[in-house]
Design a protein around this ligand. Structure first.
Ligand code: PLP
Length: 458
């Protein structure tokens, strides 16, 4: 077998910046190719299949680890985290119970305890790795409902004295709509609170809505503050939300799926002040912690409520030890992959200080991008200390601009609508590989593109 893992990773690392970012391929092209080569009737040499699949992945997908991919929080990934995922696949440990995977369970626990401390949550916090942010948010809603309504687990929603209400803004992640649907509280249980001009939750409107809903017989349960919204990187006023939730006896969940990593940076952590007051936190390692998908994390300061929400008992699972509750009884998942190794291995290799440097580098690249587009005549329309820049200019049709941007392989950015305004361009620095010259080159090419597009239309 010629397959050499290290060479494969090294080749991608050295080639990625000079290659294409955006594929030009149709579904038919891929389907015809697969149909013509893979009918699974005969065996093939593994080396040949690996080479072929890698070629498909190079040609036929958006290269999210490219330094000029300014995308949807999908990061470049560290070598240690790639090795970790391979090791996990090799050993395939079962993390559902402590007994079946003592080492893996303790490695996850150790890693989560480190981040629990960074968030300022108590050491008794219950934390687990999840498939991603959506599962962590789902966990939060289930645990909050369980704590607010002791009858919820056995009697279901029909046993509740009033319909639960959860408070979000339009900028909160849309996973909450699916969660409201899946948990049976219904999508209308999500109450949309107004935002201020910086797209942060408006506290007065929150207070008004909670009071109004109580008067109308609803049961307010939870407020979701987002630390780094998906569209614009806005950070809700966490200290105010924490105070409000305490005074109203509401569950305070902070969705820090992307922005949460800023907690380890001395330069950025001040922007997350108040997160230590959260009842629960979502933070994705597979976003700003630069490890492969899927690696979300759920932190909750109420271990009893977590244990109650996910309790399970069977004769066929290995019995519990005195090491603590088994993960299949404290989380949504049952069989569980060793998700946490990629964060553990990367942290252990780089050390905290290099990780901080990686995160702060991306924040600086975000600042540079913001300054550069402004200098080049673009209007920045979002406000955040995080490396996410939304911008436009008079007459810009974002979709058309992006089509041409992709065609010229300048960069990958996306289109987003903030409030009711026309779509703008969204660019988020997600790669530790992005350099100042990448930024300057991209902004220069965008200026040329704008001139070209205006020549075509006049
Ligand atoms: C703020 C926020 N929360 C939750 C999620 C969902 O995370 P995941 O895609 O890991 O499930 C995202 C995804 O981008 C997000 O931006």
């Amino acid at each position: 077998m010629r397959f050499d893992f290290r060479n494969l990773v090294a080749a991608l690392e050295s080639d990625i910046a000079s290659g294409a970012i955006v594929p030009a391929v149709t579904p038919h092209e891929i389907r015809d190719y697969l149909g013509s080569r893979y009918d699974f009737t005969k065996s093939m040499a593994l080396d040949d299949v690996i080479t072929d699949v890698e070629r498909m992945m190079r040609r036929w997908q958006v290269q999210v680890t490219h330094p000029r991919y300014f995308g949807l929080f999908n990061p470049s990934v560290t070598l240690a985290s790639i090795v970790a995922d391979t090791l996990v696949a090799m050993y395939n440990p079962q993390l559902a119970t402590w007994r079946t995977s003592p080492a893996a369970n303790e490695i996850e626990r150790h890693t989560l305890a480190w981040l629990t401390g960074k968030f300022g949550l108590p050491a008794t916090t219950m934390a687990n790795f999840t498939s991603g942010g959506a599962e962590a948010n789902l966990s939060a809603v289930i645990v909050a409902l369980t704590r607010a309504f002791p009858q919820y687990g056995e009697g279901g929603l029909r046993s509740l004295p009033a319909s639960p209400a959860i408070y979000v803004t339009r900028e909160a992640h849309d996973s909450f709509s699916k969660i409201a649907h899946m948990t049976g509280i219904g999508r209308r249980a999500l109450r949309t609170v107004a935002t201020d001009s910086d797209l942060k939750m408006d506290l007065d409107d929150l207070a008004r809505r909670v009071a109004g809903d109580r008067r109308n017989g609803l049961a307010p349960v939870m407020v979701v503050g987002t630390a780094g919204t998906t569209a614009a990187g806005a950070i809700d006023p966490l200290p105010d939300l924490a105070r409000f939730c305490r005074s109203e006896a509401l569950w305070f969940h902070v969705d820090a799926a992307w922005g949460g990593a800023a907690i380890i940076s001395p330069r950025l952590r001040g922007h997350l002040a108040g997160i230590d007051q959260a009842d629960s936190i979502t933070c994705d390692a597979h976003k700003w912690f630069s490890v492969p998908m899927g690696a979300g994390m759920f932190f909750c300061r109420h271990p009893d409520a977590v244990g109650e929400a996910f309790r399970a008992k069977t004769s066929y699972m290995p019995g519990q030890t005195d090491a603590g509750l088994d993960p299949y009884t404290t989380s949504v998942q049952w069989s569980r992959r060793f998700i946490g190794l990629k964060l553990f291995l990367a942290l252990a290799q780089h050390g905290e200080s290099k990780y901080v440097a990686m995160i702060e580098h991306q924040a600086r690249m975000g600042d540079l991008l913001r300054e550069s587009v402004q200098r080049a005549g673009w209007r920045v329309v979002n406000s955040t200390p995080l490396p996410l820049v939304c911008f436009t200019r008079d007459g810009l049709i974002a979709s058309k601009f992006l089509t041409d941007l992709y065609e010229r392989q300048i960069a990958w950015m996306s289109e987003v609508r903030l409030g009711d305004d026309a779509p703008v361009v969204r660019a988020c620095v997600t790669s530790f590989r992005t350099t100042p010259s990448d930024i300057e080159w991209v902004v220069g090419e965008m200026s040329k593109l704008v001139v070209l597009q205006s020549e075509v239309t006049t």
